[in-house]
Design a protein around this ligand. Structure first.
Ligand code: IDP
Ligand code: MG
Length: 139
């Protein structure tokens, strides 16, 4: 199978709790290659746009406030089957339901503050990667 890409963010709780290095190590050990990486912070406008699909959900404002509450790490990752393999590595949205060995099982605080984002399709991976990185920032 050809290599493809996914997009991730290490969310504010992961950085606040000092889990950044351990999560990046899990990602590398699982065979993902880092094609782009940035330490940054989302503006309210960026977070609202990024999570636009959830605008009607009751947790939308809480999600935007949380995602802008501190810095994040944004990254583009490459691997065979990147999108679905990365979703498997991060585990279920709610850490209470996440499998042993997943990033969310190990590091998420709650369903909202769940340590890490992973794109849910090749199309969204492309859109989300471009949202954060210019062509010159992808290696
Ligand atoms: P995903 O990140 O596993 O794809 P989504 O359903 O796409 O999960 O939700 C996006 C993000 O919104 C979640 O990662 C989480 O931070 C937040 N979220 C989802 N459901 C809830 C909820 O019920 N309460 C609070 N925050 C939530
Ligand atoms: Mg999602």
């Amino acid at each position: 199978m050809a290599k493809n890409r996914t997009f991730t963010m290490l969310k504010p709780d992961a950085l606040e709790n000092g889990h950044m290095g351990k999560i990046i190590d899990m990602i590398i050990q699982a065979g993902f290659e880092i094609k782009a990486m940035k330490f940054t912070r989302l503006s309210t406008e960026q977070a609202r746009k990024f999570y636009e699909v959830h605008a009607e959900r009751p947790f939308y404002n809480e999600l935007v406030a949380y995602m802008t509450s501190g810095p994040i790490i944004a990254a583009i990752l490459e691997k065979e089957n990147a999108v679905s393999d990365f979703r498997a590595l991060i585990g279920s949205t709610d850490p209470a339901e996440a499998a042993e060995g997943t990033i969310r099982k190990a590091y998420a605080e709650s369903k909202g503050r769940n340590a890490v984002h992973g794109s849910d399709s090749d199309e969204n991976a492309e859109i989300e990667g471009r949202f954060h990185f210019s062509v010159e920032e992808i290696f």
